[in-house]
Design a binder for this molecule. Structure first.
Ligand code: SF4
Length: 155
């Protein structure tokens, strides 16, 4: 069953939200997760590595429930995104930042995080960028920007 349509009454975040990524990397590691992508996003990522679609899928992806997801690497009991790198200060870096899929670009404004304020607070427990936002710090995202990210995300 698909998601129910979101109405203006559902938009408890109508006044906007604040968020700035601190590059902690929590969203790119942890328990096994999935990063879905569209065919266009697959083409962009494959082109980034000068690979064919098949080469990219075989090298960096795995199938989950019949669908391709970006792969993961087990590091110290955690599952890192195959493209997660860290600099000397431990900051998380996405090695395909410019061509990362929509699912990554639209965090934290995913429908499931925005359902209720409680869902948003729950999601913020693992994301210091959201926590800072809830404390009134970080970049301001007006409702129009949140809607674009929210409605671009399907996973
Ligand atoms: S968990 Fe939040 S603060 Fe940390 S890297 Fe991901 S988006 Fe940024």
């Amino acid at each position: 069953m698909g998601r129910r349509a979101i109405t203006q009454q559902d938009e408890w975040y109508a006044e906007g939200l604040r968020f700035t990524c601190t590059q902690c990397g929590n969203c790119c590691t942890g328990p096994p997760g999935y990063v879905w992508f569209t065919d266009d996003e697959l083409d962009a990522m494959a082109e980034h590595f000068a690979m064919t679609r098949d080469e990219f899928l075989r090298t960096y992806c795995h199938k989950v429930q019949g669908r391709w997801s970006l792969g993961e690497v087990k590091v110290g009991g955690q599952y890192d995104c195959v493209f997660l790198e860290r600099d000397a200060q431990g900051r998380a870096l996405c090695s395909i930042y410019g061509v990362r899929p929509t699912q990554c670009r639209t965090w934290p404004f995913w429908p499931e995080n925005l359902d209720t304020p409680e869902d948003y607070v729950r999601a913020s427990h693992d994301c210091p960028g959201m926590t800072k936002g809830l404390d009134g710090q970080g970049d301001f995202y007006p409702i129009e920007q949140i809607r674009i990210r929210r409605d671009a995300t399907e996973h």
